[in-house]
Design a protein around this ligand. Structure first.
Ligand code: CTP
Length: 217
């Protein structure tokens, strides 16, 4: 199978020296890319700025902003069997980017933000051939919120994780996830190193894709 995997944060520039970003380390996305490669799949990795060792035999497309990730995903999915949106794409970006460094002035400073484009939400769902997997980073009502995203973003699968605890989710080497399928079925993977979770996820993604293909035949 040909996988397109996104990983890491995006950076939304404020001026030439500042940006808005988030704590995503990219570890989960990179672990999925590695697991997919080891399982014999082709991998395109669209990566935000991370401090991880580069992966061998993976075609990496480096991006910085959510707009760059949007364009890279739209180009890459033209030729893929599964899109795994593991990246922590910024939800908002500065409405205007200053061409020069913003100088310190008053005691208070407000920055006007505007929504970024929702990459998952922008993908055509009708007649789509490839599998779409979204991730849901939640701190509360994890399953209920993930269920909403599964439908709102027209995903085939949502992988939900609780990012409220330091022991799983962002920056950690471990994770525990709940996988939600369109059929309403759910599956839990209990706490394990991201490497182990990634292997399990790749198996689930390829099995779901296989099942869909045989159904259509
Ligand atoms: N996502 C996306 N484009 C965006 C924001 C998020 O494609 N502009 C994707 C993420 O890569 C992830 C999924 O949407 O696969 C859910 O991301 P998450 O941050 O959990 O949810 P949001 O849609 O941003 O909603 P909220 O922040 O309100 O929970």
């Amino acid at each position: 199978m040909r996988f397109v995997i996104t990983a890491g944060p995006t950076r939304e520039p404020i001026d030439p020296v500042r940006y808005i970003s988030n704590r995503s380390s990219g570890k989960m996305g990179y672990a999925i890319a590695k697991a997919a490669l080891e399982a014999g799949h082709d991998v395109v990795l669209i990566s935000g700025p991370v401090h991880l060792d580069p992966l061998r035999d993976v075609h990496v497309i480096p991006i910085l902003t959510s707009d760059e990730m949007y364009n890279a995903v739209h180009r890459a999915v033209r030729d893929c069997d599964a899109l795994v949106m593991c990246a922590a794409v910024a939800d908002y970006k500065p409405r205007k980017v200053s061409a020069t460094k913003i100088k310190k002035r008053d005691a208070h400073f407000s920055l006007e933000l505007t929504l970024t484009r929702d990459i998952l939400g922008s993908l055509q769902s009708k007649g789509r051939q490839f599998l779409v997997v979204g991730f849901a980073a939640e701190t509360n009502d994890v399953e209920a919120n993930a269920q909403k995203k599964l439908h709102a973003k027209h995903c085939d699968i949502i992988v939900a994780n609780d990012v409220s605890s330091a022991a799983s989710g962002m920056e950690s080497d471990q994770n525990e996830v709940t996988i939600l399928f369109r059929s309403g079925e759910t599956k839990k993977i209990s706490r394990a190193p991201k490497k182990i979770i990634a292997r399990e996820l790749v198996k689930i993604f390829s099995n779901t894709r296989e099942k869909r293909l045989t159904k259509k035949m």
